[in-house]
Design a protein around this ligand. Structure first.
Ligand SMILES: Nc1ncnc2c1ncn2[C@@H]1O[C@H](COP(=O)(O)OP(=O)(O)OP(=O)(O)O)[C@@H](O)[C@H]1O
Length: 355
């Protein structure tokens, strides 16, 4: 198995919150273009609106903005909205693409006045680049080092004022000196089902797909609080509706389509249910060690820990304890099983997709 610091390399899952090739093509068309169109995230939206309005009123460049939150919640989208609201161009790059301070100097020195620089995964930048960024953010200046060893000289380079929008999945990973240089930090939360329904209705309109209220609710409930996943599920349900029905998405069509794609009523997929199923059926709900659980489902430890568990924990279906992994009562209910003290872990009446 390939395994880099991005996480385990398993087949792209329908419920993965990272982008896939098809997403990248479609996402551009589905991105809200201004703050009014951007669904949910009320706090971040309201605060950002103030920051941007004030900057516009002063005729100044907006303060640097840090956006933290899980993949697919709209950080890239918000950075584009910031540029649009400031009527400024945007440059998009990412931490892993900037390994040398020189890479960053080249980008910074080519920015136009007022330009927005979106730096995704800012926590994965190299240390020398990060240190150059401190000075660039604060003084709009960088020192370019020319030559090596004792003869090396630092040539100061003035930069035009710009707005840095940094995105990170975990603000806690940023060194405090970097975090402190952002004038505004917005934490993006997972979306409520009702908000995802609004995202879905909007996307369906743009994709020219007919969907009713119940159909949108059915997809929203399975989208793990993430607009990217909601939009991806919508496209798969649209395919099903076109091939198997009249193209209109209602609750039954959405449920039938997502049964085919093995995404259940709470958004768990085959891997999630395999982990949960093993924990319940083979180990009586735990506690069981991670390695044992991984062997039981035929996956790597990292896959179970990094890919399946975070959502199961977030959903309150699994707990990580010092003695091992433990299923919660909700896990038994979700898989239609009866906890041992009530009935020795026998399979109950409910089917997996009906719960
Ligand atoms: N609030 C929202 N309203 C409507 N659509 C949204 C919203 N947030 C995200 N989306 C849609 O979800 C998709 C993913 O959003 P985006 O690329 O901005 O996420 P991200 O947080 O930058 O993810 P990553 O960290 O993986 O780059 C886009 O198609 C975007 O249109």
């Amino acid at each position: 198995m390939n395994w880099d610091d991005n996480g385990p390399d398993i087949d792209q899952r329908l419920v993965d919150s990272g982008p896939d090739g098809e997403d990248q093509a479609v996402e551009a068309a589905l991105r809200p273009k201004d703050l009014d169109e951007f669904v949910g995230q009320e706090k971040v939206r309201e605060q950002l609106d103030l920051v941007l309005r004030a900057a516009r009123a002063r005729g100044a460049t907006a303060d640097h903005v840090l956006l933290s939150g899980a993949p697919g919640l709209g950080k890239t989208t918000l950075s584009m909205i910031i540029a649009a609201e400031m009527n400024a161009p945007i440059r998009i790059t990412s931490g892993p693409a900037i390994q040398h301070a020189g890479d960053l100097a080249a980008i910074l020195s080519s920015l136009q006045e007022g330009e927005v620089l979106f730096l995704d995964e800012i926590h994965r930048m190299s240390r020398p680049a990060e240190e150059m960024l401190y000075m660039a953010m604060e003084d709009f200046r960088v020192d370019v080092i020319v030559g090596k060893g004792p003869g090396a000289t630092a040539i100061p380079l003035e930069l035009p004022p710009f707005t840095l929008v940094g995105a990170t999945t975990r603000a806690g990973l940023l060194p405090p000196p970097l975090r402190d240089r952002f004038g505004f930090t917005g934490h993006m939360e997972f979306y409520e089902p009702a908000e995802l329904e609004r995202v879905l209705h909007r996307s369906a309109r743009l994709l020219d797909v007919e969907i009713d209220t119940d159909g949108a609710a059915e997809i929203a409930g399975r989208s793990r609080g993430t607009p990217r996943i909601a939009n991806r599920l919508l496209r798969r349900v649209r395919d099903y509706a076109q091939v198997k029905a009249d193209g209109i998405i209602d609750r039954d069509i959405a449920a039938a389509a997502l049964k085919v794609y093995e995404v259940d009523a709470r958004g768990l997929d085959r891997l999630d249910r395999a982990v949960l199923g093993a924990l319940l059926k083979l180990f009586g709900g735990g506690p069981v060690g991670l390695s044992t659980l991984a062997v039981a489902v035929g996956e790597e430890r990292e896959t179970v820990e990094e890919v399946a568990e975070p959502f199961l924990v977030r959903e309150g279906l699994l707990a990580r304890t010092p003695r091992g992994r433990v299923a919660t009562p909700a896990a038994w209910t979700h898989l239609g099983l009866v906890p041992p003290q009530q009935g020795n872990g026998k399979i109950g009446q409910q089917g997996l997709f009906g719960t």
